[in-house]
Design a protein around this ligand. Structure first.
Ligand code: UP5
Ligand code: MG
Length: 240
Protein backbone atom coordinates (compact mmCIF):
# COMPACT_ATOMS: atom_id res chain seq x y z
CA UNK A 1 0.00 0.00 0.00
CA UNK A 2 1.43 3.39 -0.89
CA UNK A 3 2.17 5.75 1.96
CA UNK A 4 -0.55 8.32 2.46
CA UNK A 5 0.96 11.78 2.49
CA UNK A 6 0.16 14.22 5.24
CA UNK A 7 -1.96 17.11 4.09
CA UNK A 8 -0.48 20.48 3.26
CA UNK A 9 -2.99 23.06 4.45
CA UNK A 10 -1.51 26.32 3.26
CA UNK A 11 -4.14 26.70 0.51
CA UNK A 12 -7.09 26.61 2.89
CA UNK A 13 -7.33 29.20 5.65
CA UNK A 14 -7.20 27.83 9.21
CA UNK A 15 -10.47 27.07 10.98
CA UNK A 16 -12.29 30.20 12.16
CA UNK A 17 -11.23 29.61 15.73
CA UNK A 18 -8.39 27.48 16.95
CA UNK A 19 -8.49 27.83 20.69
CA UNK A 20 -10.47 25.36 22.80
CA UNK A 21 -11.72 28.30 24.84
CA UNK A 22 -13.18 30.32 21.94
CA UNK A 23 -16.75 30.07 20.62
CA UNK A 24 -17.95 28.11 17.61
CA UNK A 25 -18.30 30.02 14.34
CA UNK A 26 -22.09 29.46 14.34
CA UNK A 27 -24.45 29.83 17.29
CA UNK A 28 -26.32 26.56 17.93
CA UNK A 29 -29.34 28.64 18.95
CA UNK A 30 -29.46 30.07 15.45
CA UNK A 31 -28.20 27.15 13.40
CA UNK A 32 -29.45 23.57 13.57
CA UNK A 33 -26.91 20.91 12.59
CA UNK A 34 -27.91 17.26 12.22
CA UNK A 35 -25.11 14.78 11.61
CA UNK A 36 -26.11 11.87 9.38
CA UNK A 37 -23.81 8.92 10.05
CA UNK A 38 -23.70 5.26 9.03
CA UNK A 39 -21.56 2.77 7.17
CA UNK A 40 -20.62 3.14 3.52
CA UNK A 41 -23.78 2.68 1.46
CA UNK A 42 -26.12 2.98 4.45
CA UNK A 43 -28.27 5.47 2.54
CA UNK A 44 -27.03 8.76 3.99
CA UNK A 45 -27.13 10.63 0.69
CA UNK A 46 -30.42 9.06 -0.39
CA UNK A 47 -32.20 10.05 2.80
CA UNK A 48 -30.66 13.52 2.96
CA UNK A 49 -32.00 14.25 -0.53
CA UNK A 50 -35.51 13.43 0.68
CA UNK A 51 -35.13 15.64 3.75
CA UNK A 52 -33.97 18.53 1.59
CA UNK A 53 -37.11 18.20 -0.53
CA UNK A 54 -39.53 18.09 2.39
CA UNK A 55 -37.90 20.26 5.05
CA UNK A 56 -35.62 22.68 3.21
CA UNK A 57 -32.46 21.47 4.89
CA UNK A 58 -29.16 22.42 3.34
CA UNK A 59 -27.38 19.14 2.64
CA UNK A 60 -23.62 19.09 3.07
CA UNK A 61 -22.00 15.77 2.21
CA UNK A 62 -18.39 15.74 3.41
CA UNK A 63 -17.59 13.08 0.81
CA UNK A 64 -19.16 15.13 -2.00
CA UNK A 65 -17.27 18.25 -0.87
CA UNK A 66 -14.01 16.30 -0.85
CA UNK A 67 -14.71 14.82 -4.30
CA UNK A 68 -15.49 18.32 -5.62
CA UNK A 69 -12.25 19.63 -4.15
CA UNK A 70 -10.42 16.68 -5.69
CA UNK A 71 -11.87 17.57 -9.09
CA UNK A 72 -11.29 21.33 -8.76
CA UNK A 73 -8.70 22.51 -11.25
CA UNK A 74 -5.62 23.74 -9.45
CA UNK A 75 -6.44 22.23 -6.05
CA UNK A 76 -3.28 21.32 -4.21
CA UNK A 77 -5.24 18.67 -2.32
CA UNK A 78 -6.60 16.78 -5.34
CA UNK A 79 -4.09 13.93 -5.45
CA UNK A 80 -4.00 13.60 -1.67
CA UNK A 81 -7.83 13.39 -1.42
CA UNK A 82 -8.00 10.79 -4.20
CA UNK A 83 -5.47 8.61 -2.42
CA UNK A 84 -7.21 8.82 0.94
CA UNK A 85 -10.63 8.06 -0.57
CA UNK A 86 -9.36 5.10 -2.60
CA UNK A 87 -7.70 3.74 0.54
CA UNK A 88 -10.87 4.32 2.59
CA UNK A 89 -8.92 6.54 4.98
CA UNK A 90 -10.02 9.77 6.63
CA UNK A 91 -8.71 12.91 4.96
CA UNK A 92 -6.95 15.22 7.49
CA UNK A 93 -9.63 17.18 9.26
CA UNK A 94 -8.31 20.67 8.51
CA UNK A 95 -9.31 20.21 4.88
CA UNK A 96 -12.75 18.71 5.51
CA UNK A 97 -13.77 21.08 8.28
CA UNK A 98 -12.79 24.11 6.25
CA UNK A 99 -14.77 22.83 3.25
CA UNK A 100 -17.81 22.31 5.49
CA UNK A 101 -17.50 25.68 7.16
CA UNK A 102 -17.13 27.44 3.82
CA UNK A 103 -20.19 25.61 2.46
CA UNK A 104 -22.24 26.57 5.52
CA UNK A 105 -21.28 30.22 5.14
CA UNK A 106 -22.07 30.16 1.42
CA UNK A 107 -25.47 28.59 2.06
CA UNK A 108 -26.33 31.07 4.80
CA UNK A 109 -25.52 34.04 2.63
CA UNK A 110 -27.01 32.82 -0.64
CA UNK A 111 -30.41 33.37 -2.14
CA UNK A 112 -30.62 29.64 -2.65
CA UNK A 113 -30.17 29.11 1.05
CA UNK A 114 -32.82 31.68 1.82
CA UNK A 115 -35.28 30.04 -0.56
CA UNK A 116 -34.61 26.60 0.87
CA UNK A 117 -35.05 27.76 4.43
CA UNK A 118 -38.27 29.54 3.58
CA UNK A 119 -39.64 26.41 1.91
CA UNK A 120 -40.27 25.87 -1.76
CA UNK A 121 -43.96 26.63 -1.58
CA UNK A 122 -44.00 29.74 0.61
CA UNK A 123 -41.94 31.91 -1.71
CA UNK A 124 -40.83 33.93 1.32
CA UNK A 125 -37.33 35.34 0.97
CA UNK A 126 -34.92 36.90 3.37
CA UNK A 127 -34.59 34.21 6.02
CA UNK A 128 -31.04 32.88 6.17
CA UNK A 129 -30.50 29.14 5.75
CA UNK A 130 -29.96 27.65 9.16
CA UNK A 131 -30.79 23.95 9.05
CA UNK A 132 -27.94 21.74 7.94
CA UNK A 133 -27.64 18.03 7.32
CA UNK A 134 -23.98 17.17 7.63
CA UNK A 135 -23.68 13.81 5.86
CA UNK A 136 -20.79 11.42 6.49
CA UNK A 137 -19.08 13.62 9.05
CA UNK A 138 -17.61 13.49 11.66
CA UNK A 139 -16.09 10.06 11.16
CA UNK A 140 -13.07 10.33 13.44
CA UNK A 141 -12.92 11.57 17.05
CA UNK A 142 -10.63 14.51 16.37
CA UNK A 143 -13.06 15.80 13.73
CA UNK A 144 -16.00 15.53 16.12
CA UNK A 145 -14.30 17.47 18.88
CA UNK A 146 -12.93 20.13 16.51
CA UNK A 147 -16.21 20.71 14.66
CA UNK A 148 -18.18 21.01 17.91
CA UNK A 149 -15.63 23.50 19.25
CA UNK A 150 -14.97 25.63 16.19
CA UNK A 151 -17.96 25.37 13.85
CA UNK A 152 -21.20 24.38 15.61
CA UNK A 153 -22.32 21.65 18.05
CA UNK A 154 -24.91 19.32 16.51
CA UNK A 155 -28.48 19.06 17.76
CA UNK A 156 -28.99 15.44 16.72
CA UNK A 157 -27.17 12.49 15.18
CA UNK A 158 -29.04 10.18 12.83
CA UNK A 159 -27.25 6.83 12.76
CA UNK A 160 -28.22 4.59 9.86
CA UNK A 161 -27.66 0.96 10.84
CA UNK A 162 -27.38 -1.76 8.19
CA UNK A 163 -25.63 -5.17 7.94
CA UNK A 164 -22.35 -5.18 6.07
CA UNK A 165 -23.52 -7.77 3.51
CA UNK A 166 -26.33 -5.47 2.37
CA UNK A 167 -24.02 -2.45 2.24
CA UNK A 168 -21.53 -4.33 0.11
CA UNK A 169 -24.23 -5.46 -2.31
CA UNK A 170 -25.52 -1.88 -2.67
CA UNK A 171 -22.07 -0.43 -3.25
CA UNK A 172 -21.00 -3.05 -5.77
CA UNK A 173 -24.25 -2.49 -7.66
CA UNK A 174 -23.77 1.28 -7.60
CA UNK A 175 -20.13 0.82 -8.61
CA UNK A 176 -21.23 -0.43 -12.03
CA UNK A 177 -22.18 3.14 -12.93
CA UNK A 178 -21.07 5.57 -10.17
CA UNK A 179 -17.53 6.23 -11.38
CA UNK A 180 -16.46 6.62 -7.73
CA UNK A 181 -12.85 5.69 -7.02
CA UNK A 182 -13.95 3.76 -3.92
CA UNK A 183 -16.90 1.72 -5.23
CA UNK A 184 -14.83 -1.42 -5.83
CA UNK A 185 -14.37 -4.53 -3.69
CA UNK A 186 -10.90 -3.61 -2.42
CA UNK A 187 -11.82 -0.06 -1.39
CA UNK A 188 -15.17 -1.14 0.06
CA UNK A 189 -13.40 -3.53 2.45
CA UNK A 190 -11.10 -0.73 3.61
CA UNK A 191 -14.06 1.62 4.04
CA UNK A 192 -15.79 -0.94 6.26
CA UNK A 193 -12.66 -1.38 8.38
CA UNK A 194 -12.31 2.37 8.84
CA UNK A 195 -15.98 2.65 9.72
CA UNK A 196 -15.75 0.01 12.45
CA UNK A 197 -12.44 1.06 13.98
CA UNK A 198 -12.39 4.82 13.46
CA UNK A 199 -15.96 6.04 12.99
CA UNK A 200 -17.93 3.92 15.48
CA UNK A 201 -16.20 5.62 18.45
CA UNK A 202 -17.72 8.89 17.21
CA UNK A 203 -21.21 7.40 17.33
CA UNK A 204 -20.51 6.08 20.85
CA UNK A 205 -19.28 9.54 21.89
CA UNK A 206 -22.51 11.20 20.76
CA UNK A 207 -24.60 8.36 22.18
CA UNK A 208 -23.21 9.20 25.62
CA UNK A 209 -24.44 12.76 25.04
CA UNK A 210 -27.95 11.41 24.29
CA UNK A 211 -27.93 12.76 20.74
CA UNK A 212 -28.09 9.55 18.68
CA UNK A 213 -31.26 8.32 16.97
CA UNK A 214 -30.75 4.81 15.55
CA UNK A 215 -32.43 4.10 12.22
CA UNK A 216 -32.68 0.62 10.65
CA UNK A 217 -31.59 1.39 7.10
CA UNK A 218 -31.87 -2.18 5.81
CA UNK A 219 -35.55 -1.43 5.19
CA UNK A 220 -36.89 0.08 1.98
CA UNK A 221 -35.97 3.68 1.21
CA UNK A 222 -39.48 4.89 2.03
CA UNK A 223 -39.68 2.93 5.28
CA UNK A 224 -36.33 4.31 6.38
CA UNK A 225 -37.50 7.81 5.57
CA UNK A 226 -40.65 7.43 7.68
CA UNK A 227 -38.49 6.41 10.65
CA UNK A 228 -36.17 9.36 10.04
CA UNK A 229 -39.04 11.82 9.94
CA UNK A 230 -40.16 10.56 13.34
CA UNK A 231 -36.58 10.72 14.60
CA UNK A 232 -35.99 14.35 13.67
CA UNK A 233 -39.41 15.64 14.74
CA UNK A 234 -38.24 17.08 18.08
CA UNK A 235 -35.42 19.05 16.49
CA UNK A 236 -37.36 20.24 13.47
CA UNK A 237 -40.30 21.52 15.47
CA UNK A 238 -38.13 23.30 18.01
CA UNK A 239 -36.08 25.10 15.32
CA UNK A 240 -38.86 26.14 12.93
N1 UP5 B 1 -29.76 2.63 -1.34
C1 UP5 B 1 -29.79 3.60 -0.39
N2 UP5 B 1 -30.72 3.33 0.53
C2 UP5 B 1 -31.29 2.14 0.18
C3 UP5 B 1 -32.32 1.33 0.74
N3 UP5 B 1 -32.94 1.67 1.87
N4 UP5 B 1 -32.64 0.18 0.11
C4 UP5 B 1 -32.01 -0.20 -1.03
N5 UP5 B 1 -31.03 0.53 -1.63
C5 UP5 B 1 -30.69 1.69 -1.02
O1 UP5 B 1 -26.76 4.82 -1.09
C6 UP5 B 1 -25.85 3.86 -1.56
C7 UP5 B 1 -26.55 2.98 -2.59
O2 UP5 B 1 -27.57 2.23 -1.94
C8 UP5 B 1 -27.24 3.79 -3.69
O3 UP5 B 1 -27.16 3.08 -4.89
C9 UP5 B 1 -28.71 3.86 -3.21
O4 UP5 B 1 -29.61 3.97 -4.26
C10 UP5 B 1 -28.85 2.55 -2.47
P1 UP5 B 1 -26.25 6.27 -0.62
O5 UP5 B 1 -27.46 7.04 -0.26
O6 UP5 B 1 -25.32 6.82 -1.60
O7 UP5 B 1 -25.46 5.84 0.71
P2 UP5 B 1 -24.35 6.63 1.50
O8 UP5 B 1 -24.51 6.20 2.92
O9 UP5 B 1 -24.41 8.07 1.19
O10 UP5 B 1 -23.08 5.92 0.87
P3 UP5 B 1 -21.65 6.54 0.53
O11 UP5 B 1 -21.01 5.55 -0.37
O12 UP5 B 1 -21.74 7.94 0.08
O13 UP5 B 1 -21.01 6.47 1.98
P4 UP5 B 1 -19.56 6.69 2.44
O14 UP5 B 1 -19.69 7.08 3.85
O15 UP5 B 1 -18.70 5.51 2.17
O16 UP5 B 1 -19.04 7.81 1.46
P5 UP5 B 1 -18.72 9.35 1.66
O17 UP5 B 1 -18.93 10.00 0.36
O18 UP5 B 1 -19.38 9.89 2.84
O19 UP5 B 1 -17.14 9.30 1.97
C11 UP5 B 1 -16.26 8.76 1.00
C12 UP5 B 1 -14.84 8.87 1.49
O20 UP5 B 1 -14.50 10.23 1.68
C13 UP5 B 1 -14.54 8.21 2.84
O21 UP5 B 1 -14.33 6.82 2.74
C14 UP5 B 1 -13.26 8.95 3.23
O22 UP5 B 1 -12.15 8.46 2.52
C15 UP5 B 1 -13.55 10.37 2.72
N6 UP5 B 1 -14.11 11.21 3.79
C16 UP5 B 1 -13.19 11.78 4.69
O23 UP5 B 1 -11.99 11.56 4.59
N7 UP5 B 1 -13.67 12.59 5.68
C17 UP5 B 1 -14.99 12.85 5.82
O24 UP5 B 1 -15.35 13.58 6.75
C18 UP5 B 1 -15.90 12.28 4.92
C19 UP5 B 1 -15.43 11.46 3.92
MG1 MG C 1 -23.01 9.47 0.42
Amino acid sequence: MPAVPSAPTSELPPPATTSATSSPAFDPNEVTVIFVLGGPGAGKGTQCAKLVQDYGFVHLSAGDLLRAEQARAGSQFGAMIKEYITEGKIVPMEVTIKLLENAMRAAMSSEAGEAKEAGASSGVKGIPARRFLVDGFPRQMDQAVKFDETVCPSSLVLFLVCPEAILQERLLERGKTSGRDDDNAASIKKRFDTFIHTSMPVVDYYRKQGKVVDIDSAKSIDEVYEDIKRGIAPVVSSSS
